[in-house]
Design a protein. Sequence first.
Length: 298
Amino acid sequence: MTTTEHVHAESDPAVPVTVMGLGLMGHALAEAFVTAGHPTTVWNRSAGKGAGLADRGARPAGSASEAATAGSLVVVCVTDNDAVRELVRPLAGELRGHALVNLTSGSSGEARDLAAWAAEHEIAYLDGAIMAAPGGIGSGDAAILYAGDKGAFDEHGRTLRKLAAPTFLGDDPGLAALHDVAVLAVMWNILNAFLHGAALLQAAGVPATALTPVLEGGIATTTGWLAGYAEQIDAGAFPGDDATIATHLAAMTHLVDESTAHGIDPALPLQIKALAERAAAEGLGQSGYAALISQFRR
């Protein structure tokens, strides 16, 4: 179960924070803390990246050890979780009793490994997934998903809210990373489908800009199905009230045929059609579309 608030303890803007890693995203995180009035210590492996932040009031640390000690809330945002491990493991003593928030992109397994290490050293660990570009941080339009130590989220939620709207997903520290890649899976599939459709229209001399007004309505209709499909997936029941997989399969054939006829690579629609054909062969032809989840579980 997710929690979008549950931030009731830490409301004092004077809570000291540390940001380690000052790439584009790390810089944006530190800037948001500074703007919100938090005493902010910053550190980056390559010197010089914190100069602009120092001009705004951040305090560059002379070492990673100094940075880890300075903030009761330590936010890490670096290249990958290998870099996180290399950074934080020598700092176990300095981080003991602090909250460590890892906003580095990575896998759920890496998050769980880091959480286990943190627990061994009495470090409260939260893993996070940033659902925004750097420009959205601190603007009120961004969101960050968190998972892991619920006590740390409750204690520091108001401070973390200065970065973006926080959502707590649960005490499994891998949940933020899993939600992140689930969203990316949807995003890439939507974008690839758009590119395929645009290629089809261009083959007929129609500009891609003509497709977007039509797509907006179609995407809105599709997103309207998601909540009901999610309920069906959780319940394991897939009534074909709107359209069955067999009905969809017939339309998928048209997409494959049109793609081939217009010289457009049919690999994407063929993959879509193959999933539906397998489901139908397994007796799911009269089930609703969400029953295709059985094919992804393989």
